[in-house]
Each structure stands twice: as C-alpha cells, then as structure tokens.
Ligand binder design. Structure first.
Ligand code: GLU
Length: 314
C-alpha cells in the first residue's frame, strides 16, 4: 500500500489566523492518524504579496501549536525545495508541455475588457468568453501588451468524489472557460503550480478549505493533461465569524500572534478547534497529539463553522 502523503500549503501573505490553523490541524490529523508523511509547502508564488517574515512566523506558530512536519522549507526533504518561489522552472516545464500539446494560447484581454464582458458588474470569477482563442492580432498590438497564458479547456464534464463534500461535477468549458495558467506579469497561476507540486511531491491526500472545491475540476484537468495521478481530495467547511463573514487575514484579532499575546495557550486554541470539529465534547485545552488516536473525519459538520474567539478558554 502507498504511504499517505498529505500537505499543508499556506500562502505567507499575512499573520496566520484560526482559519488557517483549522485547515492545518485537520490536514495534520488526517496524516498523523494514518501514520503518513506531512509536508509543509510555502505557496509564496506571488512576489508582491508574500513575505519571508510571514513564512517564518507561520512556521513558528505551527510549532508552538504542536503541528509538526516531516518535510518542509526549513528541514528539506526528498522533494526540495518546498517553497514555490524556488520551483518556477518546474511550472515553466509543465507549461511548455501543455504548449507543445497545443493547449495554451496568449490572452491580451485587459482587466477592463474582462470586466465589461462580465454578466454582472463586480463579478470576479466569471466564465472567460474565449475572446483571444480566435483573435487575430497584428504585431504592433502584441508588442504593446504582455499576454497572460490561458489553457484551452476541452469540452466535457469533470467529476470527482470529495471525502467531505461528496460528488462534484463541473462542465469546465461552460462554467469556468479557458483559465489563466500564467499571469501577464509572468507569475505562474496557482492552479498550475499546485498541481505540478502536489504531483511532484507525490501527495496522495489533499485536505484544504471548502473555498478551493470549485478549483478542483480545473486541477483535475491539469492532472490529466500532465499525465499525473490526482490525489484524494477533502474540502473541509470554512470557519466564519459570528456576522457570517469568512475569517480573513484582515481579522487580526483572530491571528495566532494576537491570541498568544493575550495569554491564550496553544492547547486552548487546539481544544477549541477540536471542539468545533466535534472531536471532543467540551472546549477544553488539549494537545494536538492527543487527538490523533481518536481522529474521525466523519464527525465534521457539513456546513461552515461559526467561531467566536471569546469562547476560547483562557
Ligand atoms: N495556498 C493556498 C491558500 O493558502 C492553498 C492551496 C491548496 O491547499 O491547494 O489558500
């Protein structure tokens, strides 16, 4: 049997908060309860938004919480490097394979043009209407703009069964359209990088937030086109604030650094999240390692989980 290899793949673009720890804890428990290998991969693809100081803090916070890893940026491992910023050649090689297969085309559409073609004002995720697939452009026009690169999505239904969310099926060409795999500033897109890395790092199980469920059919297409085996996916419910908003890096009150500064212990944070995951009956302090023997993913609720940091034991 193949040994389970799971990963936590944060983007070091801010202080980590309870929402990140929730995902990290569940991914860690999935791997540790199966005796597998835990990989930490820093998704620092975007040079504008990523900071080494955030990556350092993130690793320190995880260690403080008792969530360790077997391979990662600080300790290396057989699939090093574990920072996406150092893996660009691999993404470029994958991109060139897709180009050689005739699956990629340059897109010169500007943000304004894309927004104008959106059915509803202000929509960010919209179906790309395929303007540049057939667009005939003269060289002067091409020289004036740097194109993004899009994948020409073949028609068809992309389906999989998610451990948590169940059966998911998407008609990619109708519901997403040709998606960007390299941005116009030359940065490879998350969708491509994550597939290249999870495949190269031999990841068998991906556990991440529900917000990425809708990205998975795109990633499945890339696995197929790159001739790789897709991992088992588990998309866990998101944590939301009592006002119904998703926790974000802006909610500094829920950052681990802020909670720690208030004297909240690592065990109290883990215990609170374990309680919210229905792994323990009362929100009492617990060490992450104590949750391993009885970890049961099926206890997780299906809907978003409302959290209130005032409920954490002090
Ligand atoms: N880097 C992504 C994030 O922090 C997660 C990617 C993934 O787990 O596939 O949202």
């Amino acid at each position: 049997m193949r040994i389970m290899r799971g990963r936590f793949a944060p983007s070091p673009t801010g202080e980590i908060h309870l929402g990140n720890v929730w995902t990290a804890l569940l991914a860690w428990l999935q791997v540790r309860s199966a005796g597998g290998i835990m990989v930490l991969r820093m998704e620092d693809l975007d040079p504008e938004r990523s900071r080494q100081s955030y990556a350092d803090r993130l690793m320190a916070d995880m260690q403080w919480l008792g969530l360790d890893w077997d391979e990662g940026p600080d300790i290396g491992g057989p699939y090093a490097p574990y920072c996406q910023g150092q893996r660009r050649e691999l993404y470029q090689a994958a991109l060139e394979r897709l180009e050689a297969a005739g699956m990629v085309y340059p897109c010169y559409c500007t943000r304004a043009e894309l927004a104008a073609s959106a059915p509803h004002a202000g929509e960010t995720e919209r179906v790309y209407p395929g303007v540049c697939r057939q667009r005939k452009l003269d060289n002067a026009f091409k020289a004036a703009r740097r194109p993004a690169l899009r994948l020409a999505v073949p028609p068809g239904q992309y389906s999989f069964t998610d451990v948590q969310a169940g059966f998911v099926s998407q008609d990619l060409s109708q519901e997403v359209g040709d998606f960007v795999i390299r941005r116009s500033d030359g940065v490879h897109a998350y969708q491509l990088a994550v597939v290249v890395d999870d495949a190269a790092m031999d990841i068998t199980h991906v556990l991440r937030g529900y917000d990425l469920l809708s990205s998975t059919p795109r990633q499945l297409l890339l696995y197929r086109l790159l001739g790789q085996r897709a991992p088992v996916f588990t998309h866990v419910p998101l944590l939301i604030a009592p006002d119904g908003h998703r926790l974000s890096k802006r909610q500094q009150a829920l950052s681990i650094a802020a909670l720690r500064a208030q004297g909240v212990t690592a065990e109290a944070i883990i215990g609170y999240l374990a309680f919210k995951a229905n792994l323990i009956d009362v929100p009492q302090p617990v060490r992450a390692a104590e949750l391993i023997p009885s970890f049961d993913m099926t206890k997780l609720q299906a809907d978003s989980v409302i959290i209130d940091s005032r409920e954490i034991c002090r």
